[in-house]
Structures are given as structure tokens and as C-alpha cells.
Design a protein around this ligand. Structure first.
Ligand SMILES: [Zn+2]
Length: 183
């Protein structure tokens, strides 16, 4: 995959179990995020920007299920990504994880180093859970991090506002789909 920039787009956990009413961990309205995610993924693919899509990929006895209802079990429908968020083969890197934190996949940091990624644009679900791990963890690696605030969805709005405030205080920047895709 040719990477023409030091940018990567992070599409966090946009999976059927989180986004659709039939999903195991559906939050009412979450599907509203899909057009924005699709626009960002397609923009990146067209402009030679790496798209890293994280997915929950749980075993049937995942530790997380002590806390959350079972969801995103490997080989189930709910674990899949909506078609609109998928890119043609070779244009999208899928990073699977069995925990909330994407850095639990040990391949991630070596991949970012290999691709020379220094600027990360993050969007997806849910703001105060997996998106939070992504933005705060990426900041800790010393990279520039942009949160696309109209392409995320929260379970709890007040918690999401706290996450965004902490992110900005730690050096992160908030952007919109419009500003990202018109630059
Ligand atoms: Zn999970």
C-alpha cells in the first residue's frame, strides 16, 4: 500500500454490534456516525492516507464480558463493519483487539513506526471508551492527534465532554469532517 503522507486515519470500532439497533451494544442514534466515517475513510483512500480500522474481535469468554454484554465475537455478524465503512482490499488496515484499548494489539506501534505516521485523525465509537483509549494513547506516543468531533458518538454526553477537555489539555486538537476533507 503506497503511503504518500505521514498521516493516518483511525476508524475506531465502527462495527454492527455498536452501530445498529440489532447490535449487542447499540447506543440509540449511533448509526448517525456512519456517513461521516464513510466520508473520512473514502477521502483518506483517495489521498493516499493510511486508514487503520480497529475492531473489537472477542473470544466467547473475553474478560470484557464480565463488565459488558457479549459483543463483537469473532465470526458473528455483529463483529463485522457496515459496508459503508469498508474500503477496497489493500486500502484499509484492520487492527483487531480483544480489549477496549487498541494498544493491546502489539502490532500497532510497530505499524505506525513502519508507515512513518506522525499525524493521527481519530473518529468512530464510543467517545468515552475506545475512542478515548485511541486519542490519549496516540498522544502518549508523541504523535499529533486530531479528534474529528462530528464523526464520533458517545454513550454519555457529559462523559464525552470530559474526555474531550482532557484530550485538549494534553495537547490534542479537535477538527471537523469538513475541515479535514477540504484541506
Ligand atoms: Zn469489546
Amino acid at each position: 500500500m503506497p503511503i504518500l503522507s505521514g498521516k493516518a486515519f483511525f476508524d475506531i470500532d465502527t462495527q454492527i454490534d455498536f452501530l445498529f439497533p440489532a447490535g449487542a451494544l447499540y447506543k440509540t442514534g449511533a448509526e448517525q456516525v456512519i456517513p461521516a466515517v464513510a466520508a473520512l475513510n473514502n477521502y483518506a483512500a483517495k489521498h493516499g492516507i493510511a486508514v487503520i480500522s480497529t475492531t473489537c474481535a472477542h473470544t466467547e469468554n473475553a474478560a470484557e464480558f464480565q463488565v459488558w454484554p457479549p459483543h463483537c465475537i469473532v465470526d458473528t455478524f455483529g463483529q463485522k463493519k457496515p459496508a459503508a465503512t469498508l474500503l477496497p482490499a489493500g486500502k484499509q488496515i484492520i487492527i483487531e483487539k480483544n480489549e477496549l484499548d487498541l494498544f493491546s494489539n502489539a502490532d500497532l506501534i510497530p505499524l505506525l513506526d513502519k508507515l512513518g505516521i506522525d499525524e493521527c485523525f481519530v473518529y468512530g465509537v464510543l467517545t468515552e471508551y475506545c475512542v478515548k483509549f485511541a486519542i490519549m494513547g496516540l498522544l502518549k506516543t508523541g504523535r499529533k492527534v486530531r479528534l474529528v468531533t462530528d464523526a464520533i458518538y458517545a454513550k454519555d454526553e457529559a462523559a464525552a465532554r470530559e474526555v474531550i477537555a482532557a484530550f485538549e489539555a494534553a495537547g490534542g486538537t479537535c477538527v471537523t469532517v469538513e475541515t479535514v476533507t477540504s484541506s
